[in-house]
Design a protein. Sequence first.
Length: 335
Amino acid sequence: MLAAPMPIVKDLVDSIELESDKIEVCANALSGEFKKFLFTIDSGSDVHVLTLEAAVKFFTVKQASNLRVTGVSGSSTRADVMGRLLISVEDPVTMKKYVIDMGRAHGMKSCPVNILSVSLLIKVGAIVHFEKGNSYFQPHVNAEKIPFIGNRGLFQLQGEKVADAEGEVDPNSTRRAYAINGISFATTGDLKLWHRRLCHVSKDRLLRIFKHNLVDGFKMTGRMNTTCDCDTCKQARIRKSASPHERKLESPASFVGHTVSTDVKSLPYISFLGYRYVIVFVDHYSRLSFCYFLRSMNEVTSKLKTYVSEMKRFRSHDSNDSKRSRFRIFRTRRR
């Protein structure tokens, strides 16, 4: 039996050890890549604050943070990093995953736990439910209910880094904050809708806010046409003086019944007795007005005759002017 030379055996052992080290490094990298983190739900915070380890793992579009956190002792500590938080949560029953875009978050080396703000989760469109024996997180109203993990009085949610295969949301985009699986349930809309939501703020101003990403979570879809044709803005731009309320006639009325104006208007809603319209007669001389309600436009002629008979009776008290009180009923054809 031939013995292998010692240098060859030594090289073989070193090669095996090297490969073993490579396998261990790869395993550690894979375990770190898909490591799940616990996120504590906090109703007292208005920002998401993560540990520095989790921030480095989850954040996209990282930059320096200007957030200062004041502790119980009264001293403030500045956050180390700021970025966009994307996490993936899984329903333990259906195994369905939800990619949640939390928007802006901060990372701190001195922060012991990962804190998710309840107020910001609600802004996402999520549902956070606390009840004895039935506390859960719901990404949106039609999603599955993911139960919270109870840990010494804390309610925690398990999440992991978004894998490339789950990338419904562009991790480098800063214009899609507060979305679930790429769909926003709270703060999306086209320019026209945002214009109405914000009490008719100038569309140019809204477009500048969106393009410069000045408001976190402010998303805009559709056409960016800044031309405004809504009635409210048209009325606000009116500068010309109003037209006279009354028009002067060439031959003003000199007695009752000389000139009568009439018009038919639709009622805003049908009355209990079925009336849909109202016809108004106004005498120019006396300003005496009569209103008759109609169920259909076919009743206009009959109401005109009723008005004429009423006016004849009104003028009969003045015998001197009775001859001048003459009404002629014209047969008009409906258009």
